[in-house]
Every structure is written in structure tokens, then in C-alpha cells.
Design a protein around this ligand. Structure first.
Ligand code: 5GP
Length: 219
């Protein structure tokens, strides 16, 4: 049995994988595939006050709620973090994330850099921060224009925000360049696999080693 197989059958603590990237870098395709390939990894579904875009569904892409429901949740301290982005509010719900960690399940966060940093500051041992770089800003603009979801004004804001965000690259645990989907995906999956195997996330190791040391063998 592989060491990963051994660990997955024993108590393990989950991790919080924060993948941050400017829009138009291909983050959604990468993270959705990572989730599809790993049954113990779930998307942390954010709440938002923004309107659903065509093709988006409630409880699949976001929990779409009105402003008063969102503000009520803020008051009840139901979010690990929340933020206002381009005039809409977004928040990561606390309860499902804490429950997942305890069960040994991991959560992937599709959130902005401030949100990721806020969560990592609260749960530093559980958090892994990954930043995804675009091959170029010109390519990012091309992808944003091609997907026709945003006005020219929003695209300009996204690019100027991307410049700010990219400048914080050296505060992340890992930085990946998404110039080739398969390679970037393999790198992201390796990060997740290695982080799951960290000693601190596998408390079974202590008992196992205790048992090994108690074995009566010659030598
Ligand atoms: P969009 O409206 O394009 O889905 O998302 C806009 C921005 O909000 C993206 O940068 C996205 O990562 C971020 N975002 C989505 N959910 C959350 C959240 O729960 N918290 C924070 N801080 N940002 C979020």
C-alpha cells in the first residue's frame, strides 16, 4: 500500500487550500478539476450578494443571497471572512469549514487575496496559500474579453486589481504559472498531495511509531 493509502485510512486533519488568481487566469478550470479528482476535497461555497451570471446556479457556484440576509450572517459571526469586491459582498461560511477539517476533509477556497490572508491568519496551521500567475496581462485581457461576462470598465478594473494582487506574490506558500493547463494542474495536485502527507496533519503517525518501537525484534 502506498504511504498515501495508509494515511487516508487513518485519522487525518484536513487542510484549507486557498487558490488565488486574478480573474481570467484559468483558476476555475484548474480548481474544479482538482475537486473532481479528489473526493476528500470540497469547494468552500461562498455567500454573495451579487446577481447570478447566466449559467450560474444557487448552491453550486455560490449561495446567492440578498443584502439583509448577508448582513444578518455577518452579525451572527457566521463568516470566517467576508469582503466587498466590485460593489458586492462575498463571505466564506465558518461552520462547514470547521466541520470539514475535523472530519479530515479539505476545503478549497476560490476567494480573493485579502480573504485568503484573513483565513490563513486565523488558521495558520491548516492553511496553504497558492497564487496562480497569468502568462501575461495581455493574455489575461484576451481571456476576459473572450468570455464576454464583463463590461470594458469592469475588465479595466480587474486588470488594475490584478497588478496590485500580483505584487503580493511573495507572501504565498506556492506560486504557479498557468501557461500550460496540464502542467499547472499537475503542480497543483502535487502540492495538495504533499500537504496532506505533512506529519502535523497525520496524528496517526505518533501512535504507529509508538507501536513500532514497542515491537520485540532482534537488532
Ligand atoms: P466573481 O464575482 O467574479 O465570482 O468574484 C469576484 C471576486 O470575489 C473574485 O476575486 C473571487 O475570488 C472573490 N470571492 C469569491 N468568494 C469570496 C469570498 O467568500 N470571500 C472573499 N474575500 N472573496 C471572494
Amino acid at each position: 500500500m502506498s504511504s498515501d493509502g495508509q494515511a487516508s485510512q487513518s485519522p487525518r486533519r484536513g487542510l484549507l487550500l486557498m487558490v488565488v488568481a486574478p480573474s481570467g487566469v484559468g483558476k476555475t478550470s484548474l480548481t474544479r478539476r482538482l475537486i473532481a479528482d479528489h473526493p476528500d476535497l470540497h469547494l468552500s461555497l461562498s455567500y454573495t450578494t451579487r446577481e447570478p451570471r447566466p449559467g450560474e446556479h444557487d448552491a453550486r457556484d455560490y449561495h446567492f443571497v440578498d443584502r439583509s440576509t448577508f448582513d444578518q450572517m455577518v452579525e451572527e459571526d457566521a463568516f470566517l471572512e467576508w469582503a466587498e469586491v466590485y460593489g458586492n459582498r462575498y463571505g466564506s461560511p465558518k461552520a462547514p469549514i470547521m466541520a470539514a477539517l475535523e472530519r479530515g476533509q479539505s476545503a478549497l477556497f476560490d476567494i480573493d487575496d485579502h480573504g485568503a490572508k484573513t483565513i490563513a491568519a486565523q488558521l495558520p496551521e491548516d492553511s496553504v496559500l497558492v497564487y496562480l500567475l497569468p502568462p501575461s496581462l495581455a493574455e489575461m485581457r484576451r481571456r476576459l474579453t473572450a468570455r464576454s461576462q464583463d463590461s470594458e470598465d469592469v475588465i479595466r478594473k480587474r486588470i488594475s486589481r490584478a497588478k496590485e494582487e500580483v505584487s503580493g506574490w511573495n507572501t504565498f506558500d506556492y506560486v504557479l504559472l498557468n501557461d500550460d493547463f496540464d502542467r499547472a494542474y499537475a503542480d497543483l495536485a502535487h502540492i495538495f498531495h504533499a500537504e496532506r502527507l505533512k506529519r502535523t496533519r497525520n496524528p496517526w503517525v505518533g501512535d504507529f511509531v509508538g507501536g513500532l518501537l514497542a515491537e520485540e525484534v532482534e537488532g
